[in-house]
Structures are given as structure tokens and as C-alpha cells.
Write a protein that binds this ligand. Structure first.
Ligand code: MG
Length: 425
């Protein structure tokens, strides 16, 4: 009887407040009755509904470019896929996060770009810089920000109180003003200064020069370089993509190329390695951990109390989407066996990882096409001599082998529902 009531309830549309866990349709089609189950019973109900395939114990991480859209054009399979992901009220049936390496705009703008597909909130969109929201110990300090687009708006939206752009630093001419300590710009404070690299800037020579000045003087670019300023002040970097595809026939320089320049100039001058306090954007582990954090926040908001066990990362790029998902899966496996998941939590205020698996699903509607790459063995087609990943990421052929390959995002949703025995409708 309970099974029948629960199954009927779960397969019906949500009750008025969307709190499906505490309501049953007792009798008749329109009468809902709220239950107040004991905690143990509540857990039992969650487990039962999960086993019945009506509540999710998994979440989706969707890449955007090449999976949902190509340029400004929606990929047809995306519309079909999203019809399966929402109920009749337009609410998602599973937790979903949209993860992009783009970083030159606010989350809301990216959410607006997807509004022709479905209504999504900015809380579901994750940019390459989004994990910076968790680095609260830097928010009160001065940060030199490098990139282009609305940098100050992005910085302030992330929580930074005292961002200063390269242009502002240049205009203030700190090399001259630093001679007179009283006229030294008060935005530059030694010891509390850090550098955030959001994306590739427009005038590289200016940015490279001023960032090197700041690093070698611990935030006082008016002072002479000192080799003993090492380790240097913290550098946080977003989006490590070496190149990206635009309208031109060949790939264009990405932020990763700018970082290569900065790293090599720093090493040439000092003989030491430029060190990053954090690297974020796919394929970094931090990005996937933050995405998991958002997935669990959505599940909690919907009162889906059963643990999210599996993350499915759907993307079109072997070197970012597949590599990143497999790298995070490896971290989940290793950290669960060593019990080391709490270390990252303490450093950047992220909740510890809790999922058991992260599965990579490769689609063929974007960068990857089966005729050009998958027909070959990835071990042969991507030798480490031409590895385009960042310096701090080791090439490993196993990390670019997807768990699943499907034609498009609609097939990806079908596959995952089948693997999870998920039957919401
Ligand atoms: Mg993509």
C-alpha cells in the first residue's frame, strides 16, 4: 500500500510548495496531506523513492559550447534533452550545473544566452572564475586583476572589495609615485596583495610588464626588484585553455598562452618557477569540486535528501571536459581511500567532496568528431610532446579516454537515465 501511494505521489505533479518528500495524495485527485515523518522514516522514504527511480542520486555537469550551442545557434538535440530534464512546472528533475571555461562576462549574461533553450538561474551557471567566490580570505585584500570585459563588475560580484585593473595601475604611474611614500597609491599594500588572472588581456606587453613588476616587488612596483621576494605574492588563475576556436580557420590564442608567456618571463628573470595559489576552470579539480558543491546545494533546496553519488560531466572536448571529469573521478577514488578530502575544504572554504564517482560523457557535436579523432587511438593521436594542457597538469592517456561516447546531449541524457534506472515521469 505504501509503495503504491508513494509511487503515485512521486509520479504526480509536485504539490503546491514543491516539497515532494513530505506530501502524499491521500485520496481523490486534488487533496494533498502533509506528513510529519520521524527523521528515520524520512530517510527511509528518501531511500525508497530513490530505489523506485523517481528521485535522483546523480547530477549533470553540462558544458555549453559544442554541447548546447554552437556560437549563438542552439544545437537541436539540446531542446529535446531539456524537455526530459524538467517537469510540467519547468522544474529540473535532477540537479544540473552548466560549466563553461568562459570568464569574460558575468554568470547572468551566460544564463541569458541560454534562455532560448530553457529558463535557468544564474546559480546554475559556473564560469571559470566562479570558484573564486569561495576564496574569502582574499576578498578583503587588494587584488590586481588581469583580463578583459567588465573586470571590476566580475570581481565585485565574486566578492572582491578592492580590485584594481592593470589600466588603473598604469594610470596611477606607481613607478613614479612610489618615490614619495606619502603619494604612494594606497591601493598597493605589501603583504596583503595578490594577483588574479581572469583571462587574456588586450595589450599583453603592458599586462606582462606590470604583473612581473608587482610579483618581483611584493606589491610595490615602484621599488627595485628583489630576488628574495620568493615565494612571490599569491597568484590565482582562471581558464587555462591554450587556444580556442573562433571564426578563423585555425585556433586563436587563449588565456593559457598568456600564462605560458608570464611563466617563462618570470622563470627567465628569476630562475624560479611561477607558482599558482589556485588554478581554476576545466580541467582543474577545484572546478569540479565547486560544481559538486552547487549540485548538492540544488538537491538540498529541492529536499532531495539522498546522497548524490554520481556526477555525469557531458562535454565535447577531450582535453578539458573528459580529462577534467576523469581527473576528478580519480581524486574521488583516491581521497576516499586515504581520507584526505577535508584538506582542500579548509583552504578555500569549499565543502568536502562527497560524490563516489564522476563519469565523463563525450558528445560529437562540438570540438570532438569521431571521424577525425576517435578513429585513432588517443595514445597515438595526442602524444605528450604536443600536450596542450597547462604546465602543472601531467599528460596521462588514461585521462582522455571517455567513459561514454554519444552522438549528442539528448543521447547523453537518455544514456544516463538508463544507467541510473531513473524514471521520473
Ligand atoms: Mg565545449
Amino acid at each position: 500500500m505504501w509503495n503504491k501511494v508513494l509511487l503515485e505521489q512521486a509520479k504526480c505533479s509536485c504539490p503546491p510548495d514543491g516539497d515532494t518528500m513530505l506530501w502524499v495524495r491521500a485520496s481523490g485527485p486534488l487533496r494533498w496531506r502533509r506528513l510529519s515523518p520521524l527523521p528515520g522514516l524520512r530517510s527511509f522514504l528518501c531511500l525508497l523513492l530513490s530505489l523506485l527511480g523517481v528521485l535522483p542520486s546523480f547530477g549533470f555537469l553540462f558544458d555549453i559550447d559544442g554541447v548546447l550551442v554552437r556560437g549563438r545557434t542552439p544545437i537541436p538535440a539540446a531542446r529535446t534533452a531539456f524537455q526530459k530534464l524538467v517537469n510540467s512546472q519547468g522544474q529540473f528533475l535532477v540537479p544540473v550545473v552548466f560549466v563553461t571555461n568562459a570568464g569574460n562576462c558575468l554568470r547572468q549574461k551566460k544564463a541569458d544566452q541560454l534562455s532560448h533553450l530553457l529558463g535557468i538561474s544564474q546559480d546554475q551557471v559556473m564560469m571559470s572564475h566562479s570558484p573564486l567566490r569561495m576564496f574569502k580570505h582574499y576578498h578583503e585584500k587588494c587584488v590586481l586583476v588581469s583580463g578583459q570585459g567588465p573586470l571590476l563588475d566580475i570581481s565585485q560580484d565574486l566578492g572582491f572589495c578592492q580590485p584594481i585593473t592593470i589600466d588603473t595601475l598604469r594610470e596611477k604611474r606607481p613607478l613614479l609615485d612610489a618615490v614619495d611614500h606619502d603619494r604612494r597609491p594606497n591601493v598597493l599594500v605589501s603583504g596583503d596583495f595578490s594577483v588574479v588572472l581572469f583571462g587574456e588581456p588586450v595589450r599583453w606587453e603592458t599586462s606582462l610588464q606590470l604583473i612581473i613588476d608587482v610579483l618581483l616587488t611584493s606589491g610595490y612596483p615602484g621599488n627595485p626588484y628583489k630576488q628574495e621576494n620568493y615565494p612571490h605574492i599569491p597568484v590565482l588563475a582562471c581558464n587555462m585553455d591554450l587556444m580556442w576556436v573562433a571564426e578563423a580557420q585555425s585556433p586563436r590564442f587563449g588565456h593559457g598562452t598568456f600564462m605560458v608567456c608570464l611563466e617563462n618571463i618570470y622563470k627567465k628573470i628569476t630562475g624560479k618557477e611561477l607558482k599558482y595559489e589556485a588554478l581554476m576552470g576545466k580541467p582543474s579539480r577545484l572546478t569540479y569540486q565547486y560544481a559538486e558543491h552547487l549540485i548538492r546545494a540544488q538537491a538540498l533546496q529541492r529536499s532531495w535528501e539522498q546522497p548524490i553519488q554520481t556526477l555525469y560531466a557531458v562535454g565535447d572536448n577531450l582535453m578539458t571536459d573528459v580529462y577534467g571529469a576523469n581527473l576528478y573521478n580519480r581524486y574521488l577514488q583516491e581521497s576516499s581511500s586515504t581520507g584526505s578530502r577535508s584538506r582542500l575544504q579548509a583552504k578555500n572554504e569549499l565543502a568536502a567532496a562527497a560524490a563516489a564517482h564522476c563519469r565523463s560523457v563525450l558528445v560529437c557535436t562540438g570540438v570532438y568528431t569521431p571521424h577525425t579523432e576517435l578513429a585513432l587511438d588517443t595514445r597515438d593521436s595526442i602524444p605528450d610532446t604536443v600536450f596542450h594542457g597547462h604546465r602543472d597538469f601531467r599528460f596521462d592517456p588514461a585521462l582522455v579516454e571517455p567513459d561514454h561516447i554519444v552522438p549528442d546531449v539528448d543521447a547523453a541524457v537518455d544514456l544516463v537515465f538508463q544507467l541510473e534506472n531513473f524514471a521520473p515521469n
